[in-house]
Design a protein around this ligand. Structure first.
Ligand SMILES: C=C1C[C@]23C[C@@]1(O)CC[C@H]2[C@@]12CCC[C@@](C)(C(=O)O1)[C@H]2[C@@H]3C(=O)O
Ligand SMILES: O=C(O)CCC(=O)C(=O)O
Ligand SMILES: [Fe+2]
Length: 360
């Protein structure tokens, strides 16, 4: 039997040592429809957009946000050296012994630290993954993980967060720009405290029975947008209305951009927040790093007035990010509908809570 290391708030199996999938991690086939390694998954994939051509990029981004809610970007100015450093920092963290990782465990009511995915409590089966969440400085947790050698990790995180913040601001302008929204319409997003963010490091160890396991269950992000770096191992899938689950192949140097719930609200439902999940591999260890970008705390997010008129009344009531995160923690996939004022536009992925998509 694999050893279970438990503390008050979590049971974390050491997934690297397990030779057979435990029942606790074996998902029902109904929740794995179209799952993992079967080759029937649709061949179409999310568009790859070159940011070097900003005018063309804006139109393409707008169209892709409406149809997919996700896309990949190249020529984004984040150096391959920094992406590699971030990946190495993640690998270093997850390869520590379990007892060491648990020294930086997320506290029961906390956000930052090591542990299982926050959405785990909504599912009866465990996911085949572990995560580490950083909000602001990772210093305190890094000291617990590497008492004598924490600076390197902190330096990489700081540089990564700074570069990602710039890219997120630029992407938000492109994504909203294509709807006719200018910087004046989102003044809260300008300046040094333009946005709040979190960094989520995800590790998916090689799995003895990948077709019956789930890396990270289907969810939407609560963000404005998410910037995801994945190592050269496949696993990410996005759900497209009418197509089903679609693979997002790793492309060297490219980053995946997801529309999150708050951008769906800002766009008054024009951009669907994309439902996505991560599946696992038999022989390969997968790692991903998500930069979760949201508005500054205190800013109320509601449909932008330029996108609201008599024909298109506001679909959502105003919410702050922290209020929405609380709603998400309580209602998970029903969070958007719990702040909804009127019916969703037809055919959008965010109507999933009525569309029969299995999330658990
Ligand atoms: C800012 C946040 C978004 C997030 C909850 C969190 O407070 C920190 C972790 C984030 C994450 C990453 C994995 C998927 C997700 C649904 C989860 O369980 O934790 C997201 C949360 C979210 O977007 O709601
Ligand atoms: O690992 C992945 O590809 C997905 C990660 C993710 O969805 C997240 O961190 O929110
Ligand atoms: Fe996500």
């Amino acid at each position: 039997m694999p050893s279970i290391i438990s503390d008050v708030h979590q049971k974390q199996l050491d997934l690297y040592t397990i030779k057979e999938l435990p029942e606790s991690h074996a998902w029902k086939s109904s929740s794995l429809d179209d799952h993992p390694s079967c080759d029937s998954l649709n061949v179409e994939s999310i568009p790859v957009i070159d940011l070097n051509d900003e005018k063309f990029a804006m139109d393409k981004i707008g169209h892709t946000c409406k149809t997919w809610g996700a896309f990949q970007i190249i020529n984004h100015n984040i150096s391959q050296r920094l992406l590699n450093d971030m990946e190495d920092a993640g690998k270093g963290l997850f390869s520590l012994p379990m007892q060491q990782k648990l020294k930086a465990a997320r506290s029961p009511d906390g956000i930052a630290g090591y542990g299982v995915a926050r959405i785990s409590s909504f599912f009866s089966k465990h996911m085949w993954s572990e995560g580490f969440t950083i909000v602001g400085s990772p210093l305190e947790h890094a000291r617990q993980l590497w008492p004598h050698d924490y600076n390197k990790f902190c330096d990489v995180i700081e540089e990564y967060e700074n570069e990602m913040e710039k890219l997120a601001g630029r992407l938000m302008c492109l994504m909203l720009g294509s709807l006719g929204i200018t910087k004046d319409d989102v003044k809260w997003a300008i300046g040094p405290s333009g946005g709040c963010s979190a960094l989520q490091l995800n590790s998916y160890p090689a799995c003895p029975d990948p077709d019956r396991a789930m890396g990270l269950a289907a969810h939407t992000d609560s963000t404005i947008l998410t910037i995801l770096h994945q190592n050269n191992t496949s696993g990410l899938q996005v759900f497209k209305e009418g197509n089903g689950w679609v693979r997002v192949p790793p492309l060297c140097g490219a980053l995946v951009i997801n529309v999150g719930d708050l951008l769906h609200i800002l766009s008054n439902g024009l951009y669907p927040s994309v439902l996505h999940r991560a599946v696992v591999n038999r022989n390969r260890h997968r790692l991903s790093v998500a930069y979760l970008y949201g508005p500054p705390s205190g800013v109320k997010i509601s449909p932008l007035s330029k996108l609201v008129d008599q024909m298109n009344p506001p679909m959502y009531r105003p919410v702050t990010w922290s209020e929405y995160l609380g709603t998400k923690a309580k209602h998970f996939d029903k969070a958007l509908s719990s702040v909804r004022l009127c019916a969703p536009r037809i055919g959008f992925a965010n109507s999933k809570d009525q569309s029969g998509v299995q999330v658990g």
